[in-house]
Design a protein around this ligand. Structure first.
Ligand SMILES: [Zn+2]
Length: 382
């Protein structure tokens, strides 16, 4: 019965199926079948035809979405719970989850509580330094308590139990325990202290943020922008190990940079990575020169390439008009002057002395011709 409803859904397409039976699109509970997602309540309602001869329309449905989900699970189907999408361990889904943390609000400041953002920043710092994914509770608890005390809202209690449990239930965190209680009660806190679980990012999350420094940077940036606006980002980044303190001696020999300058450099590096990620997403990781997309087990790979180099002496700007999405080979060819672009964005092979085709473009990504001309000039000088 369920399978018939799934087949009908596949045949009609999601919109038509939902319209026909007057269901609203599901937001939290999806039935997952053969790697595809289905609105669980609509499927259950339509499957009801097998019982009564009539599908249940949305309005005739008494069971809540959770009840439906439980019944489907009992029938042996996978159902995603809120914030926990089965079979969707993708970068996009990770960013979605990071963007929708349920943090609660500080009564004192009226701002979101910072337990979960701090826990995530801490874990990303560990990932950035190639530390083990899992950590003993004693260490986790000590580290997080200190971070919450120092960087939390003034009324954020330094209790690391709740963010860990919350992130666990939202599919981002791993605990070496079963029968994990919900995150809200004092029972939960006691349970955590008694069990002292080893914990850390879920394996798929850990894999993404260790293998993709740009995704990691994007997550860090989003957390900083959303939860720590107006705060001293550098102190926080240093505390979680996402930025190392510059070597004082080197700084002195080079004519020591001021703290302001250091902070802006730090933030620029992180912002750059996030911008490059946006450009890559616009092109869906297809190389703008050869069109190829490298597909890896954990997602696609491409590189953000500046047209006018950002370093001295070229000082190209960090803006979309100065970025390309390229595969690693074409990135090297472009950076070393083997390939250039004409003013009408044809790809010019400098060795063969001829045009190789047109640069692939995306509607929302306008390339600045001035940077293209600059790059061409530099390539031909060297
Ligand atoms: Zn390429």
């Amino acid at each position: 019965m369920i399978l018939d409803a799934i087949a009908e859904y596949d045949e009609m397409g999601r919109d038509a199926f939902l319209n026909t039976y007057r269901y609203r699109p599901a937001r939290d509970y999806f039935l997952v079948h053969e790697g595809r997602r289905y609105d669980s309540k609509a499927i259950a309602g339509v499957a009801h035809r097998g019982v009564t001869g009539q599908p249940l329309l949305a309005g005739e449905f008494s069971g809540g979405r959770e009840t439906v989900a439980r019944q489907l699970i009992r029938l042996g189907f996978d159902v995603t719970a809120p914030g926990l999408a089965i079979g969707e361990n993708t970068i996009e889904n990770l960013l979605l989850k990071i963007g929708s943390l349920r943090t609660g609000t500080s009564r004192l400041t009226g701002r979101p509580r910072r337990h979960q953002p701090l826990t995530l920043l801490w874990a990303h710092g560990r990932a950035a330094q190639d530390e083990p994914r899992l950590e003993q509770w004693q260490q986790t608890s000590t580290d997080l308590s200190a971070l919450i005390s120092k960087f939390g809202n003034a009324d954020d209690r330094p209790n690391p139990e709740f963010p860990i449990l919350r992130l666990f239930h939202d599919g981002l965190w791993d605990l070496d325990e079963s029968d994990v209680p919900p995150a809200s009660t004092s029972i939960a806190q006691r349970w955590m202290r008694d069990h002292a679980p080893t914990s850390g990012l879920r394996p798929w999350v850990h894999t993404i943020v260790t293998q993709h420094a740009d995704v990691r940077a994007q997550i860090v940036l989003r957390l900083l922008d959303k939860y720590f606006e107006g705060d001293d980002h550098e102190a926080l980044l240093i505390a979680v190990g996402l930025v190392t303190v510059p070597d004082a001696e080197v700084a002195l020999i080079d004519g020591s940079p001021s703290p302001q300058r250091r902070q802006s450099t730090t933030m620029r590096v992180i912002r750059d990575s996030a911008l490059a990620q946006q450009i890559k997403n616009l092109h869906r990781h297809h190389c703008q020169i050869c069109g190829r997309r490298l597909e890896l087990p954990n997602g696609c790979y491409a590189e953000g390439a500046h047209i006018r180099p950002v370093g001295e002496p070229h000082n190209g700007p960090d803006e979309p008009g100065n970025l390309l999405c390229l595969c690693p080979n074409d990135h090297v060819l472009f950076d070393r002057g083997g390939l250039t672009l004409t003013d009408d964005l044809q790809i010019f092979d400098e060795l063969a002395g001829q045009v190789r085709g047109s640069l692939r473009l995306a509607p929302q990504h306008r390339i600045n011709i001035a940077h293209v001309a600059y790059h061409r000039q530099v390539a031909r000088q060297s």
